[in-house]
Design a protein around this ligand. Structure first.
Ligand code: MCA
Ligand code: AMP
Length: 466
């Protein structure tokens, strides 16, 4: 078995004709996936990179796997991405074709059809492990989202490290209902099952009822999903027979951790990651699970804590430092952004996560928060305050805007916009952001103010808005 292979089907095990993936209305066996995805590979193989409209459907699975088979870079496009965001993703990535519905805004790209029943058994050589598998767009504190370059080797290493930490095997049935355009749903949630040979049930929306009905062994969710599960006690109890309940993408409140343990009889696994690093820290299937803590570095990853002057921060369970990581799961930089890429690494080649953390004597990590208040996590989605402010300023009624993430019991943080302007309509502005960027980036609240808090130099004091 090639550990660096990213043809996920190269490590298929078991019965090729039984159900491998259930998603939307479709069920696919491994042999369905291999045949139909290879047929996609034949149609895209002359391209370098293509856009895949990442709806939670069988066609997305086939499009992604087909590109991986052919060695063509996949640029997942969030289905709800609005005009400005989609235009940016398509232009910045240089995508040459569009795999997905044609009644969408395809940015003028030629459309390559994905057919569920097409079959090809052509065999493609495995591309080098350093070649790019995905360009994933993710928000920064300012400006439009940046394209994260993830190599085939990094993706494979990331999945294999989690397989080891979670004892994840072909005996598992993975269940989740996460979007297929981020690492969580796409890499862990879709390629993970294919590479480990486990079955996948994608529930569509990640509702408590759908999770309860899915009958899985390994459940993935963002904290918002788990917080909704514990409010539906019957659904939560139905998960008692699962092997592992895994939470990540944002901090899991201790109260939700405890409630999950009470209702299901098992403590959830918490793990930490980023689009740029994939998953780097996790508690283990056979190790301690401590509420509020995300565990140990996964295989192939190292971490360190540094203070603002670059000095080591002691691992005493209390001292807070900037979390830096390095290892096999890291990205290769931001597309077209050498400046941002250079800023993200230290001189001695550690990636600066932008998260602050503590580490205890046993090497257990707790994420304390982010160094910048301008990156918001809402429902597990990463949202840059700057991009929302820019979208708001693009509306004629807005003169000034400041966006912050305020605590929210359901979403972790909710996007709140403070705006100065004339004849501001909250509904119009919310809609404007939802259609320019994407629906989850829309402010959940707009507060119209006379002026924004600024210091004597005129610099915005966001802390005063939080
Ligand atoms: C509301 N809606 C609108 C508008 N307002 N539609 C258009 N325009 C509007 N103005 C509709 C939405 O389309 C949607 O409809 C519905 O309202 C609910 O939207 P929303 O409130 O945003 O969603 P939610 O139901 O509250 O979603 C909660 C969620 C979601 C399911 C937990 O936040 C989610 O999927 N999060 C996962 C994020 C994730 O995977 N992050 C991973 C990145 P309809 O229901 O009809 O569609 S982190 C990562 O990858 C790293 C590596 C890691 O560590 O994992
Ligand atoms: P994204 O690039 O969308 O994956 O977002 C990455 C960010 O999500 C990280 O930098 C963290 O701030 C946050 N994050 C991911 N997992 C966790 C976790 N288990 N606990 C706290 N924050 C997390």
């Amino acid at each position: 078995m090639l550990l660096t292979s990213l043809n996920p089907l190269a490590v298929a095990r078991g019965d090729d004709d039984s159900e491998a993936i259930r998603i939307g209305e479709a069920t696919l066996s491994r042999s369905d996936i291999l045949g139909a995805a290879t047929s996609v590979a034949e149609r895209v193989s002359r391209a370098d990179r293509v856009a895949v409209l990442a709806t939670p459907t069988a066609k997305t699975v086939l499009a992604v796997v087909g590109c991986l088979i052919a060695g063509v870079v996949v640029v997942p496009v969030p289905p709800d991405s609005g005009r400005a965001e989609r235009e940016h993703i398509l232009r910045d990535s240089g995508a040459q074709a569009w795999l997905g519905d044609t009644d969408e805004d395809t940015g003028g790209l030629p459309v390559v059809p994905v057919r569920l029943h097409a079959r090809s058994w052509h065999s493609y050589p495995e591309p080098p492990s350093h070649s790019t598998a995905f360009i994933l767009y993710t928000s920064g504190t300012t400006g439009p989202p940046k394209g994260v370059l993830l190599s085939r080797g990094a993706v494979a290493a990331g999945i294999d490290a989690l397989a080891e930490a979670w004892n994840w095997t072909f005996r598992d049935t993975v269940v989740h209902g996460l979007p297929l355009f981020h690492v969580h749903g796409l890499v862990l949630g879709m390629l993970g099952p294919l590479r480990t040979g486990s079955r996948l049930v994608h529930t569509g929306k990640p509702t408590p009822e759908a999770y309860a009905a899915a009958g899985g062994t390994l459940y993935f969710g963002v904290p918002t999903v788990w917080s909704r599960v514990v409010q539906d006690e019957d659904s939560a109890r139905a998960l008692s027979g699962a092997r592992l309940l895994v939470s990540g993408s944002a901090p899991l409140p201790v109260s939700v951790f405890e409630r999950l343990r009470e209702l299901t009889g098992q403590a959830p696994i918490e793990r930490y990651g980023m689009s740029e690093t994939m998953l780097t820290l996790s508690t283990r299937f056979d190790g301690e699970r401590r509420p509020g803590w995300v565990g140990l570095p996964v295989r192939g990853v190292e971490t360190r804590l540094r203070d603002d002057s670059g000095a080591d921060v002691p691992h005493d369970g209390e001292s807070i430092g900037n979390l830096q990581v390095r290892g096999a799961t890291l990205f290769d930089g931001y597309l077209n952004r050498p400046d941002a890429t250079a800023d993200s690494w230290t001189d001695d080649d550690w990636f600066v996560t932008g998260d602050v953390a503590v580490v205890d004597e046993e090497g257990f990590h707790r994420i304390v928060g982010r160094a910048s208040t301008d990156l918001i996590k809402s429902g597990g989605f990463r949202i840059g305050a700057g991009e929302v402010e820019e979208a708001l300023l693009g509306h004629p009624s807005v003169r000034e805007a400041a966006v912050v993430g305020l605590p929210d019991a359901d979403l972790g943080q909710r996007v709140v916009a403070f705006v100065v302007g004339e004849e501001v309509s909250e509904q119009v502005l919310t809609e404007h952001v939802a259609t320019e960027l994407s629906v989850h980036k829309r402010p959940r609240e707009i507060r119209v103010v006379e002026s924004l808090p600024r210091n004597a130099m005129g610099k915005l004091q966001k802390k005063n808005l939080m």
